[in-house]
Structures are given as structure tokens and as C-alpha cells.
Design a protein around this ligand. Structure first.
Ligand code: BES
Ligand code: MN
Ligand code: MN
Length: 468
């Protein structure tokens, strides 16, 4: 039996090549033009699961993109780990800002990744991180070190809100039965500072349409006398935050969990360099809710952001027009114990209320999800803590993240097990941005750490069982 480090070192080039092949398929879930590539990717994931040692793997149709399921059951009396990940990726736009084409992966060295990083859409979010689990399984099956049962559920709609995954889970509760859910779709603080994500924000994603006159008008003949929906929309949006950058929607903060001074002091122990943060983004000053630190603003506090705004003439040159319509996509990141459906309704009511009579507004909800907080005094967390400590030589720091994986809260509710978020990406990996990449060191370190989680989890779980 080889140890993981040796096996990873010997198979490193193949691990990289296989991931590169997967990254070449443009699995963009948001765009129906790529439906076929979604299928191709699902097929490739299924094949990789079988090759890594799964007894069975299948592609499950849903009303949307398929879910890949695979399993290796070695003994029904042993614990079961359920791995979740997603094979879909964000659209690569704006493509002209990429230094190399998003679906033609290349390896380049960066300051943070002197061993090289793979540049491609999905490299870190989430194909690279998902594939670490496939390769970790390969190691365990080839080296007789798989200590428990394993199931994989790899979906194709995470980046568009996992709308059909709830349906899939409800219909496959028995099949998905497990003792812990393991996900690598988040980040870590730094290569020498391992961390485990203990919180995710919820999300409420809205779209608004503001209509003024029934047609586009000459802005000279009508301007000043008829409401311009873009002007009105901008005013309405800016009134959603006050001078302290707090959200003005009545009731918005009612269920926000407030942390006490001790808890805040503990969170503030995580290493964070504000100067470097600003330099990396090329900004003079940060911005956010009064009374909270940057780390807090980006993790334990709720937010409201415009993701896109359009209307009127945006083509070349100038056109004088008073447009009939204006639109915006607005998202709110939520924290526990806010309920995303409640917040969406509060937003809708308020937005309709603040609209002047000169325009009509139409507010609709795209998708959402609940925030998630995982306790650290559990067997599951202990196992993850032990795995990182063994792999990195130091204990990981528990940290709340600002991102969302909406399905995680639902997992717990439906499958009644805890989730461990073992992310290996770095903040600088540019997920959702041009030039997304994933460090080769991080990729291989993930493959090395995952089997240790299986080992510690199984050990602790069996010890707990024999105690009872
Ligand atoms: N993997 C990310 C979420 C993430 C990234 C969490 C880094 C923590 C750290 C996921 O793929 C994602 O992008 N989620 C979306 C939500 C979804 C409904 C589109 C997000 O957070 O915007
Ligand atoms: Mn992701
Ligand atoms: Mn994502």
C-alpha cells in the first residue's frame, strides 16, 4: 500500500491531464446553447467515477440538467460519506478579458502559485475541486485504504440556483442516505493557513422592471416632463441603502443573528491584511456597513448589490432617447436566521411601495437559498480538523464565507446529516471572473487531504458506535 503523498506524486501528471480534459468541455448551465456539452460533461464525470472504483455510476435526468450519481458500498454497516459537487460552470463573459481562451486550459505560474496554476473556466469552481474527490477515491480503491462507503452526487445546475436538485433529493432520499456530506466548493485562507468553511450566506435574487411611457420618446420633446425610468430606477436603488450603508427595507434585519463581542474577537483572529486586500483590488478605500470590519461585512452581514442594470441606448455613439423601460438584477446575500422567501417578499413590497406614480414596477424573484452555519463541536468537524492537522501540520481555522451554496441548508433538512466544507481554492483564484485558475499545489493537496478525512471520520464514527 502506498501512502497518498507518494501516489499523488507518481500520478500527478495524469491527474492534471485528466482535469484539463474535463475543463475543455464548456458546461455552461445558464445558456441552453450548451445543453449538449452539459451532457458530455455528465458522461465524462460518470466515466471518471467508474474508473476511480465506483461499483455503479449513472446519469439521472431532471427537468433541467442531469445529476451524476455514483457509489461504492463496501459494507452497509460502515459509515457513508456523500460527496457533493457541481460540473456546471459560470459563463466565461467577458471573454475578451481572458489572457487565454476560457475552455483551452493552460498552466501558468503566478506569484501565489509558483508551482503553476491551471487557467480555465471551472478550474477552481468547481470542476477542479470536485475532481480532487474522484482522484482521492481512486487512491483509496487502488491502495486498499477506503475505510467506509462513498456516494457521489455531482449536479449541473449549481451556478443557476440548483432548482431541480431539491426535487432529485426528495425523490432519492434512500439512495442518498449518508452519515456526512463532504463538499469542496469553497476556499481556504492561504496555503500555509488551512481553514474550514463554517458558514455560507443565503441568497435572494430579484429582477425589477420599471416602465415609464408606453414607448421610447424623443428626450428633447418629452425630457423633463415625463418620468425617465432609468433615472427613477437609479434613485430607487440608491434609496435602498442609507448613509451608514445599512439596507432600508423595513424588517430586513429583524432575523439577522448578531454575534457577541467574544465571538467577533474570535473571528477577528483569522489572518487578514487590509492593505494587501486593497492593493490586490486596486482600490483606495473599502466600503460597507458602518460598525463592522471588512471580514465581517463579507461574511456574517447581509448585503444588497445590483448585478446588472440596463435600458435605453447603449450602442455606439449617442442617441437622444427617453426610454420606456429600465431593468436591474438585484441580489441580497443573507445570513442566518433570515429566510430568503420572506426577504424576497419584503423586497417586493418595499420596492413597489417606493415607486413614484409616474412609473409602474414589476418585481420578480429568480432564485434563492438559506444561509448555513455549521457547528464546530461535532464529530464531523473533529474529523475534518484531524485530517487538515495531519495534512498541513497545523490545525485549520474555522471561518465563515461570504459565498452561497444554496442547496447545503436543504441537504441538512432533507438528509439529516452534517456538511463539511473542505475548500482548497484561494480568494485570488478569480472564480466567476476572467482568468479563473486553480493552483496545482492546491489540487494535489486536496487529493492528499480528502482520504485523511475518510480515515478520521470512520475512526471517530465507529468509536462513537461502540460507545453506545
Ligand atoms: N462555489 C461557489 C460558492 C462559494 C465560493 C462559496 C467561494 C464560498 C467560497 C458557488 O459555485 C457559487 O458561485 N454560488 C453562487 C450562488 C448560486 C445560486 C449562483 C454564489 O455564491 O454567487
Ligand atoms: Mn461552486
Ligand atoms: Mn460558482
Amino acid at each position: 500500500m502506498k501512502d497518498t503523498k507518494t501516489y499523488v506524486e507518481e500520478n500527478k501528471q495524469r491527474f492534471i491531464d485528466e482535469l484539463i480534459d474535463l475543463l475543455k468541455i464548456p458546461s455552461i448551465s445558464a445558456n441552453s446553447k450548451y445543453k449538449n456539452d452539459m451532457l458530455k460533461t455528465a458522461e465524462a464525470v460518470k466515466k471518471s467515477l467508474l474508473e476511480a472504483g465506483c461499483d455503479m455510476a449513472e446519469i439521472n435526468e431532471t427537468p433541467g440538467h442531469p445529476v451524476v450519481y455514483g457509489e461504492k458500498i463496501i459494507d452497509p454497516n460502515l459509515p457513508t460519506v456523500l460527496v457533493y459537487g457541481h460540473y456546471d460552470v459560470q459563463p466565461p463573459d467577458p471573454v475578451n478579458l481572458w489572457d487565454s481562451p476560457p475552455f483551452e486550459p493552460v498552466i501558468k505560474e503566478t506569484k501565489t502559485h509558483p508551482d503553476g496554476a491551471i487557467f480555465a473556466r471551472g478550474a477552481c469552481d468547481d470542476k477542479g475541486q470536485m475532481y480532487m474527490h474522484v482522484k482521492a477515491l481512486e487512491y483509496m480503491t487502488k491502495n486498499d485504504s477506503l475505510p467506509c462507503n462513498v456516494k457521489f452526487m455531482i449536479e449541473g445546475e449549481e451556478e443557476v440556483g440548483s432548482e431541480n436538485l431539491g426535487w432529485f433529493i426528495e425523490n432519492n432520499r434512500d439512495k442518498l442516505k449518508n452519515d456526512v456530506i463532504l463538499i469542496s466548493d469553497t476556499g481556504m485562507i492561504a496555503k500555509d493557513t488551512p481553514s474550514i468553511t463554517t458558514g455560507l450566506r443565503g441568497l435572494s435574487y430579484m429582477e425589477v422592471e420599471v416602465t415609464g411611457p408606453n414607448r421610447d420618446l424623443h428626450s428633447g420633446l418629452y425630457g423633463g416632463a415625463v418620468a425617465n425610468p432609468i433615472n427613477i430606477l437609479c434613485k430607487m436603488i440608491s434609496s435602498l441603502q442609507d448613509e451608514d450603508n445599512r439596507i432600508t427595507i423595513p424588517g430586513f434585519y429583524d432575523k439577522v443573528k448578531e454575534y457577541n463581542e467574544d465571538e467577533r474577537a474570535k473571528m477577528a483572529e483569522a489572518p487578514f491584511d487590509l492593505k494587501e486586500y486593497k492593493e490586490k483590488l486596486n482600490i483606495e478605500e473599502v466600503h460597507g456597513e458602518e460598525g463592522f470590519s471588512t471580514l465581517e461585512r463579507a461574511s456574517i452581514r447581509p448585503t444588497l448589490d445590483v448585478n446588472g442594470i440596463w435600458g435605453g441606448y447603449t450602442g455606439e455613439g449617442a442617441k437622444t432617447v427617453l426610454p420606456s423601460k429600465a431593468y436591474a438584477k438585484i441580489s441580497m446575500r443573507l445570513v442566518s436566521d433570515q429566510d430568503w422567501k420572506e426577504i424576497s417578499a419584503l423586497f417586493k413590497d418595499y420596492f413597489e411601495k417606493i415607486a413614484p406614480k409616474s412609473v409602474k414596477v414589476n418585481v420578480s424573484t429568480h432564485h434563492g437559498g438559506q444561509a448555513y452555519v455549521t457547528p464546530i463541536d461535532t464529530l464531523e468537524y473533529q474529523a475534518a480538523n484531524d485530517a487538515y492537522t495531519e495534512a498541513f501540520g497545523k490545525a485549520p481555522i474555522p471561518q465563515h464565507s461570504g459565498g452561497s451554496i444554496p442547496i447545503v441548508a436543504l441537504f441538512e433538512q432533507e438528509l439529516k446529516s452534517k456538511t463539511i466544507l473542505m475548500g482548497f481554492g484561494l480568494d485570488t483564484d478569480a472564480i466567476h471572473s476572467p482568468n479563473e485558475h486553480f493552483g496545482i499545489w492546491n489540487y494535489l493537496k486536496g487529493i492528499e487531504t480528502i482520504p485523511l478525512f475518510y480515515k478520521h471520520f470512520t475512526k471517530l464514527k465507529l468509536a462513537e458506535k461502540s460507545d453506545q
